[in-house]
Ligand binder design. Sequence first.
Ligand code: SAH
Length: 240
Amino acid sequence: MRIDIITCLPALLESPLAYSIVQRAIKKNIVQIHVHHLRDYAQNKHQQIDDKAYGGMPGMVLMVEPIARCIETLQQQRKYDKVIYMSPDGVLLNQPMANTLSLDKHLLILCGHYKGIDERIRKQWITHEISIGTYVLSGGELAAAVLVDALVRLLPGAINNEMSALEDSFQNQQIAPPVYTRPAKFRDMEVPSVLLSGNHQKIRQWEETQIAMRTNLYHLKNHTHLNKNSINRQKNKKIL
Ligand code: SAH
């Protein structure tokens, strides 16, 4: 998989890509991630990439020209399965969406910043808009990093034990069971004895009970239910 990310602040993406599973996947060539600095696509005198909003609204807006130039340059080099804009009013990211996106070959992700991006970009070039939650961030970089992390860990070979990503929360609409490691006793806190019993059938039963309890609790806490098809419909945008 190849992921291209367009940003006006590449430094914000450095550490999320430089550690842990994502970094390992890059090193193993399971994923290639290319970060593009919007300023490199600004052709005006001061390499300006943002400007005041028309209509007198406060805040700066990322300009249409550098973004269009960057997207078109990249699209001339390869065909992208999706051109994604990270946006607070996008479709809420969830595990089924991450699963679907992890099957793509080429993804292009655009990060907004400040007040956002010129609306013409969204209309003309963006095929999918994704939100990581119903709150507003300063920029799309952290959101893009969340999306990339969620996708990359699903790629075959990214995680040592490939099965383990499938047993995480939100796969199969379930929440993962609690986990413990050594020591078996810390102060007066003990690891559930069944986990030390070596009885695989009993351990499996315990896990299933824990999964059911945690899943019910999750619904109660969030006043929701985990539903495979809970991806909201979004006007004029393709749904994953
Ligand atoms: N004025 C916009 C918010 C702009 S926030 C509005 O009110 O809707 C600046 C940038 O941060 C956005 O362009 C977007 O790329 C990113 N961003 C902010 N919150 C986000 C979220 N919840 N999910 C994904 N991207 C987000």
